[in-house]
Ligand binder design. Structure first.
Ligand code: V55
Ligand code: FE
Length: 488
């Protein structure tokens, strides 16, 4: 019998969904562009069974993958669990066996030393497979069309790292997947690596290096010539696990670094440069990065202090929701400089934002268009709220050439999930196309996959695929074309 905890991580907007199923030809309002042929995959954490610990993190839920297949103006919906090793062991037992978020000390002895990965953070089609990713474990492969799970990959036995990030980038120039790992040699190791995977899914090279300190390494930047890592003190330690503290805690007294590694098969840790940020801060998801010669630009929301209330200050400071708001900023460093100082820091918007996205055909390159979710505290909210939900309430487009933003608010009952840009055609100019995003009504409990004209999001959706359920708050997702789905 399932009894989920009566805590805010499992009730209200964060009530588990756990629904696997199919809806053929979802009800549409408006018109889905007839020329669109592809799929939007996205994922959210959704515990298969009630958690062993009432205060467990939202981030520990089993990956639930949604697929919106778009073709001929129609949308088919499919949702399945990522069947990780953890999911299979627990499915067999009929209950949770693994304990708290990333704390193996809290696991049932029957699953000692078994993989704890949940594949709950990002899903992306590459080399004909759906890569389902969680940063503490290897990359899980699924069928992009059926959502059947194949299992973890070691890229043909070649990968040294035991983990794989949840934020790889595809370099449009080579088609390579650029990725990294942290705690690569197991929990609490300082080892990291940068790697590239070919368009056919072969590991091309892997460059090991050591991190400055043991912290969350969630996202990174890739330019044509460099891989860029923002290192911030969202720290962890064995001691925290032993004390059953939240896995990460934020330290406002430690420096923030930007580490830059040349993207070459022969590069080593000795080629890496470490630039010191002028002050402690919280770095969010990466919008894009690019370089002009040795000068590197790295765009991402930056907050004055910790953005994660569930990973508290290690010195006991109370969470500050205002200081935790991030603002898209451009950091610049120069590999030709002899100092470890930044060249410049530029705040690109006054909108508090997160979940930045681009036209991915411009990943690693100079670019003009960005999309992001905005936290507009002036807007009213009528739902029950919770971590991430209720506060993220607008979708915005930013034109980085002019600094102008356009935004759309779905109303007081709704939240929005991460947007994803879809080009109008393979050779359309940058930013010409659509943006898809799930809009969740926290009062009626229905979600809609909304389609926007990418540069006119302020005009509201041009079409809505209306689900008869509300999809739980998720993390990340990506668009793939009909050709990619066919494995071409
Ligand atoms: C994040 C999400 C995670 C995680 C670590 O948003 C960082 C950041 C869904 O899980 O494990
Ligand atoms: Fe993320």
């Amino acid at each position: 019998m399932a009894h989920f905890p009566n805590t805010f991580g499992f009730t209200g907007t964060l009530r588990p969904l756990r629904l696997q199923g199919d809806i053929h030809d979802v009800e549409i309002e408006g018109e889905v562009p007839a020329g669109l042929d592809g799929a939007f995959h996205r994922v959210h954490p959704d515990n298969q069974f009630a958690p062993k610990f009432e205060d467990d993190q939202f981030f520990n839920g089993d990956g639930m993958v949604s697929l919106f297949r778009v073709k001929d103006g129609k949308v088919d919906f499919k949702q399945r669990y990522a069947q990780t090793d953890k999911w299979k062991l627990e499915n067999k037992a009929g209950k949770s066996l693994f304990g708290m978020y990333r704390n193996h000390l809290t696991d049932d002895p029957s699953v000692a030393r078994q993989g704890r990965g949940t594949a709950n953070t990002n899903v992306l089609v590459h080399a004909g497979k759906l890569y389902a990713m969680k940063e503490d474990s290897p990359c899980l492969l699924m069928d992009p069309n059926t959502l059947e799970t194949f299992g973890y990959t070691d890229f043909g036995g070649k990968i040294e790292s035991q983990t794989f990030c949840a934020h790889p980038k595809i370099d449009p120039a080579t088609g390579n997947m650029c990725a990294f790992s942290y705690m690569s040699k197991g929990p609490m190791t300082h080892d990291m690596s940068y790697m590239e995977i070919s368009p056919t899914g072969e590991l091309l090279f892997e460059i090991p290096f050591q991190n400055k300190y043991l912290c969350m390494m969630h996202d990174f930047g890739v330019t044509q010539d460099y891989a860029v890592f923002a290192v911030m003190p969202l720290l962890t330690s064995m001691e925290r696990l032993e004390k059953r503290l939240p896995y990460f805690g934020f330290d406002t007294t430690k420096p923030v670094w930007l580490a830059v590694l040349p993207r070459q098969a022969g590069a080593t840790a000795a080629d890496m440069r470490w630039f010191k940020a002028p002050s402690n801060c919280f770095v969010g998801h990466v919008m894009n990065a690019f370089n002009e010669g040795t000068r590197i630009y790295f765009d991402h929301p930056v907050a004055a202090n910790n953005s994660f209330p569930f990973f508290p200050d290690i010195h006991g400071a109370p969470f500050d929701p205002i200081a935790g708001l991030g603002y898209l900023s451009r950091w610049s460093v120069d590999m030709a400089s002899n100092s470890d100082e930044f060249e410049s820091i530029e705040k690109l918007t006054n909108l508090a934002d997160e979940f930045p996205r681009i036209d991915d055909r411009y990943a690693t390159q100079a670019y003009r268009h960005g999309w992001m979710l905005v936290m507009d505290r002036e807007k009213p909210y009528e739902g029950p709220g919770g971590p991430f939900v209720g506060m993220i309430n607008c979708l915005a487009h930013i034109d980085l050439a002019t600094g102008k933003t356009k935004s759309w608010w779905p109303g007081p009952q709704c939240g929005i999930q991460e947007p994803c840009f879809v080009p109008k055609s393979a050779d359309a100019p940058e930013g010409e196309g659509y943006v898809v995003a799930l809009v969740d009504n926290h009062v009626t409990n229905y979600s809609e996959l909304c389609f926007f004209d990418a540069q006119h999001v302020d005009e509201g959706p041009i079409a809505r695929a209306k689900l008869p359920v509300r999809i739980r708050q998720g993390l990340h997702g990506n668009w793939s074309t009909g050709a990619q789905l066919a494995g071409v």
